[in-house]
Ligand binder design. Structure first.
Ligand code: 6LW
Length: 494
């Protein structure tokens, strides 16, 4: 059957995947957002359903006032002896840790820390041993993929950390994952940085400690020389065998906007690329080592995509998330409405304002919500980070109510337009496309265009982040805001 890339749209970077009990499970990085590490389930590797998050408790991860794009970096998920493990880095505290669960639909354990530095930790289980690898520097100051053996019951190191591979010479060797296939050890990693030069490389050895010999045609997968081409940044992936015995790499990539001076707003998304093993045991990926928009693969499935999101058809614990650790007493979340209580924390701060959001999943969309307030301000934010976000909101002033459109770019905070409205309730509309967001209100049955903001200023290239645009509802001030209608429609065409 045929599938289209990306297989998961929107800001879901650094995918890692494992198989267990006839299904597949995937995790992604989440940075400053909470709960941390979105968790997905699939029957066929193409259709993924989010089933929750891994880091659901404050005690599992420190996110207080952490910088945007700090916090939870790339996770790895593995299954061994009936137990799931998720290992990741809190890049703000510089700690590598793992959590585990025996029931994927339930809570995960408290963190177990491992005293090995670097980012992008991964686990490999063999016989009764557990190997822990990350990118980093070993005790002899050698940098590359660093490995040690650990006691999986307590995270204690059983060996020194040793550099087992230094890659092919590309910058930022990261995301190491180990596999054993037909008695060979394969070490797959990324190089080039998570940007336009990103690539996947691998090496092979007869022993888990090496010596690892690089594949002679590395990088095995990259779109760095593909132009003009929408899919860029292909890298950081995990290798997985499907139910028909075929291998695939699930990796990150992004959809660039424009051919010259390109940028991307939706963050890094999940792509899948078929892998073929040769008789000599070396593998190739994609079409001559590049990732394409669609592939025909073995399997009986139909690729489905949810294009319409409402309060009623989403789960607050699954599709939505908060910024850093939320002040949970400020949220009353129902099946058909959200009641938000504002505080004096604004969207311009490195903190946790009253904010609940979902990822922007595609370029063209229409968001409609209805909000009422008693005081302060509440509305919708198209949010990249505290410096770059566009907000459309209802605000109380001394005479009554007004609608305001705020464009925040590079720390410049600008009120683009502010107009009086008839009452304490308003319908806010955002229409997005790849190059702009336009903001409207509907007041007394009449639609008014407020103005627009360019998408480029919310892109990773401008905002400098690892995250993608979020569509959020927020409240500021000592107020109660009731959102009683909400939809995001990706079938919308500008
Ligand atoms: C991640 C690293 C990377 O830990 O970006 O894509 C970092 N590569 O592997 C943050 O996502």
């Amino acid at each position: 059957m045929k599938y289209n890339n990306p297989i998961i749209k929107g800001f879901y970077p650094d995918p890692s995947v494992c198989a267990a009990n006839g299904k597949f499970y995937m995790v992604c990085s989440s940075f400053q957002y909470f709960p941390g590490v979105p968790l997905f389930e699939s029957d066929d590797l193409v259709n993924w359903k989010q089933i929750g998050y891994v880091l659901t408790r404050k005690s599992q991860v420190m996110l207080d006032k952490i910088n945007s794009s700090g916090g939870v970096f790339a996770p790895t998920i593995r299954y061994n002896n009936g137990r799931f493990y998720m290992v990741t880095t809190n890049d703000t505290t510089h700690q590598n840790f793992y959590v585990y669960t025996d029931d994927i639909y339930s809570e995960w354990s408290e963190p177990i820390y491992v005293d090995q530095g670097g980012i992008d930790p991964s686990l490999f289980f063999e016989d009764s041993k557990t190997y822990f690898m990350s990118n980093g520097i070993d005790s002899e100051e050698k940098s590359g993929v660093i490995q040690c053996e650990i006691d999986i019951t307590n995270g204690k190191k059983l060996t020194d950390s040793r550099c087992i591979w230094q890659g092919t010479g590309g910058r930022y060797l990261e995301s190491p994952h180990m596999y054993k296939i037909n008695d060979s050890y394969y070490l797959m990693a990324a190089e080039g940085g998570t940007e336009y030069g990103h690539m996947i490389v691998y090496a092979r050895a007869d022993s888990i400690w090496g010596e690892f010999k690089g594949y002679e045609n590395n990088p095995v997968l990259t779109n760095r020389n593909k132009a003009p081409y929408i899919i860029q940044g292909i890298g950081h992936g995990d290798l997985i065998q499907d139910n028909n015995g075929n291998y695939h790499i699930l990796c990150l990539g992004f959809r660039q906007i424009h051919i010259w001076a390109p940028f991307h707003t939706l963050g890094r998304e999940v792509f899948m690329v078929p892998v073929k093993f040769g008789d000599d045991g070396w593998f190739t990926a994609g079409n001559d080592g590049t990732a394409e928009e669609s592939y025909e693969i073995e399997g009986d499935f139909v690729q489905e995509e949810k294009k319409f999101y409402t309060f009623e058809n989403t789960d607050w614990n699954i599709e939505w998330c908060f910024m850093r650790h939320p002040h949970i007493e400020n949220y009353e979340l129902y099946n058909d409405k959200a009641v938000l209580y504002g505080t004096n924390i604004t969207l311009d701060e490195v903190d946790s304002p009253t904010f609940i959001a979902m990822r922007q999943r595609d370029f063209e969309f229409e968001l409609i919500t209805r909000v009422s307030i008693d005081s302060g301000e509440a509305g919708v934010t198209v949010y990249s980070c505290e410096n770059e976000h566009y907000d459309v909101a209802l605000r109380k002033n001394s005479n009554g109510y007004e609608t305001v459109l705020k464009l925040n770019i590079g720390g410049i905070k600008h009120e683009q337009i502010c107009i009086p409205v008839s009452g304490s309730e308003i319908t806010l509309i955002v229409r997005g496309c790849s190059v702009s967001y336009n903001f409207f209100i509907e007041d007394n049955g009449k639609e008014i265009h407020l103005d627009g903001g360019r998408a480029k200023y919310l892109s990773s290239e401008v905002s400098e982040g690892f995250t993608g645009v979020m569509l959020g509802l927020y409240a500021i001030g000592d107020n109660m805001a009731v959102f009683d209608k909400f939809s995001v429609n990706y079938n919308y065409n500008i």
